[in-house]
Design a binder for this molecule. Sequence first.
Ligand SMILES: C[S@@+](CC[C@H](N)C(=O)[O-])C[C@H]1O[C@@H](n2cnc3c(N)ncnc32)[C@H](O)[C@@H]1O
Length: 290
Amino acid sequence: MAQSGMLAYRHAFHAGNHADVLKHLVLVQVLRYMNLKDKGWRYVDTHAGAGGYSLEGDYAAKRGEYEQGIARLWGRDDLPEPLADLVRLVRDFNDGAALKQYPGSPALAQVLMRPQDQLRLIEMHPTDHKILASYLGDLQGVEVQLGDGYAALKSTLPPPTRRGVALIDPPYEIKTDYPRVLAALREALERFPECVVVIWLPQLQLIESAQLPQRLKAAADAGAKKGWLMARLTVAEADARGFGMLGSSVFVANPPHTLHDTLQPVLPWLAQELAQFPGARSALERSAKA
Ligand SMILES: C[S@@+](CC[C@H](N)C(=O)[O-])C[C@H]1O[C@@H](n2cnc3c(N)ncnc32)[C@H](O)[C@@H]1O
């Protein structure tokens, strides 16, 4: 793994939380599957972030979201294999020592890439872009871009080898992210119907959040060669005003055909381990084609 000398604090509030665990569990499994064939792949991370996060800074420690996420899996010797795989990668990122840092999606993709693979990492925030560029930007096969990740899909898909994975992982701090994610999925599939598109989405008590899964499914039904899969983890209750993230989902268009069976035994286990209330649960759905 590339050296992570400079780590971000800005998004460290959330780094390593239950949502990151779910998202990165799925991402690692997708890239492992891509590695079963020699032909090179291209990974496009539209909202790449800083690449790695310190869990020791004021930001992370104040909220400590990782304590109810990755920290609950750390040091366990009874993890189901796909989670053991993720925890090993996080352990490598910490040089095998205590849990002090958490890798972002670009760092995970970078350890899984081979010489024939490519990373296209797009980040709009100048500070995070700078950290990401200094961390991974000089590596062979890696391109770090400052700009709008949705727009960058046009220039990055399809890759010449026609093997590709896109991760669309926006903050959803602004409501335009919901329609833009849907448009991005449609556009990615139009350009490249075999593209594995991984989309993270929050589970909030908001109409936009409730409607997005149905819309993504319809778009993938129309445009994805190999259907879709959606994994959901519900770990918390909304507060009295209906605010707060209850959990999250990962939607995958053109999922690896093994992904459903890989995740099926893991998700209920993970929901129990990351539970913040007695009703924690998971769900796994797929289309007939997946
Ligand atoms: C949830 S974080 C990404 C985390 C990262 N994918 C990971 O798993 O480690 C979302 C990032 O998107 C960036 N961002 C927001 N809007 C963007 C846009 N339109 N294009 C590219 N990046 C954007 C934010 O600055 C933030 O760093």
